[in-house]
Design a protein around this ligand. Structure first.
Ligand code: PLP
Length: 369
């Protein structure tokens, strides 16, 4: 049994993949080839944002917009403590301070009330300058952007959507990737839309931001590669990854539909056994993960492993308790919701090709404990 079945997906589109890859081998433009522009146009249209810029990874997609904002020492950027390290890592890499916020215990996303409290506290303390917020669409479900945008406007902060797990999701009919002025997504193979290596995309509604990102993507280039007007990075996606993504996009909308069916079936089968995920009425999740809660998590995970059923724990340690952020001075008990969920959460196999029979087998094994 697979946690994510990329082989089943590949079987469906093997011919398109081979054709797309062959084209790259034929034209030989491995960097910034025609597939790059084609993918950017296709995905900009898909999420309905004016500008899309492909990059080397989801991490670069988060880092580069912060570079546009000139984030640095003395700046505070607010984010969830319950996310993948990359979300907060990029803040620290630029010398700024990640200010963590606890999560909502139903959606696992940043709690807007606690977010505003953290910002107000930072303002009162006067040590750091509040600059921005990075909400994370955890497990595929968009964060609460209406409330978050209102807070951002009140305090004059930018919002950078971390849509690494939510590509394909929606909120009030708008696609993830378009829920803030700038959004970052990832095409790591295990994400809802994954390539065969590393890749990411930045979406923005602002042309001037897009222009600066274009420069940052190639070492801060000016009129050409050897005129450097700022410090940038090598943040390009390669043409082969774009070719893979173009082939996968042909079935992606259908896969998002299939994920809804798989999640719906889990919800039904698991009712009363574990706490199943709650998706807010305004949201459609991309179901990057199907994560459930149970106080006897470790016992269940062990039993499932013995039965050949793979699970994963996202995330066993909230970021405020990670050694990498020890310098920020947080301690156990600071974010009780995230800490409790970290102890009880586990994710079940989730992909568009999960058969009903397999899901029944998984649920039966959980009920056996
Ligand atoms: C995967 C992920 C990233 C980073 O993406 P990479 O492509 O692996 O660099 C950032 N944020 C979140 C929430 C993620 O899940």
């Amino acid at each position: 049994m697979h946690f994510i079945d990329l082989a089943a997906q590949q079987k469906r589109i093997r011919r398109q993949l081979e054709e797309r890859i062959k084209k790259v081998l034929d034209h030989g433009q491995y960097i910034l080839g025609p597939e790059i522009r084609e993918l950017e146009e296709k995905l900009a249209a898909f999420v309905n944002m004016p500008h899309a810029l492909s990059v080397a990874s989801g991490t670069d997609a988060l880092l580069m917009p912060l570079m546009v904002e000139n984030i640095g020492p003395g700046d505070a950027v607010f984010t969830s403590t319950f996310t993948f390290i990359a979300t907060a890592e990029v803040i620290g890499l630029l010398g700024a301070t990640a200010v963590f916020v606890d999560i909502d215990n139903e959606t696992f996303n940043i709690d807007p009330l606690k977010l505003e409290r953290a910002i107000a506290k930072t303002v009162t303390e006067g040590r750091l300058k509040p600059r921005g917020i990075i909400p994370v669409d955890l497990f595929g479900q968009p964060a609460e952007y209406r409330a978050i945008q209102a807070i951002a406007e009140k305090y004059g902060l930018f919002v950078l959507e971390d849509a690494a797990q939510s590509f394909g999701a929606e909120q009030n009919g708008k696609k993830a990737g378009s829920l803030a002025r700038v959004a970052a997504t990832s095409f790591f193979p295990a994400k809802p839309l994954g390539c065969y290596g590393d890749g990411g995309m930045i979406f923005t509604s602002k042309k001037d931001i897009c222009d600066q990102l274009l420069s940052i993507r190639v070492h801060g280039q000016g009129v050409d590669k050897y005129t450097n007007v700022r410090l940038g990075i090598n943040g390009r996606m390669d043409s082969l990854q774009a070719a893979v993504l173009l082939a996968k996009m042909e079935i992606f909308p259908e896969e998002i539909e299939l994920r809804q069916e798989v999640a719906g079936r889990y919800n039904q089968l698991l009712a009363g056994t574990v706490k199943v995920p709650r998706v807010l009425q305004e949201n459609v999740s991309a179901w990057a993960q199907y994560s459930v809660l149970h106080p006897r998590r470790d016992e269940i995970v062990k039993k499932l492993r013995e039965n050949g059923i793979p699970t994963a724990v996202y995330y066993p340690i909230p970021l405020h308790l990670q050694e990498a952020f020890a310098g920020l001075g947080y301690s156990q008990g600071d974010f009780p919701v995230a800490e409790k969920i970290a102890d009880e959460i586990f994710s079940l196999p989730m992909h568009p090709y999960l058969e009903p029979q397999t899901q029944e087998e998984i649920v039966a094994a959980i009920k056996g404990v």
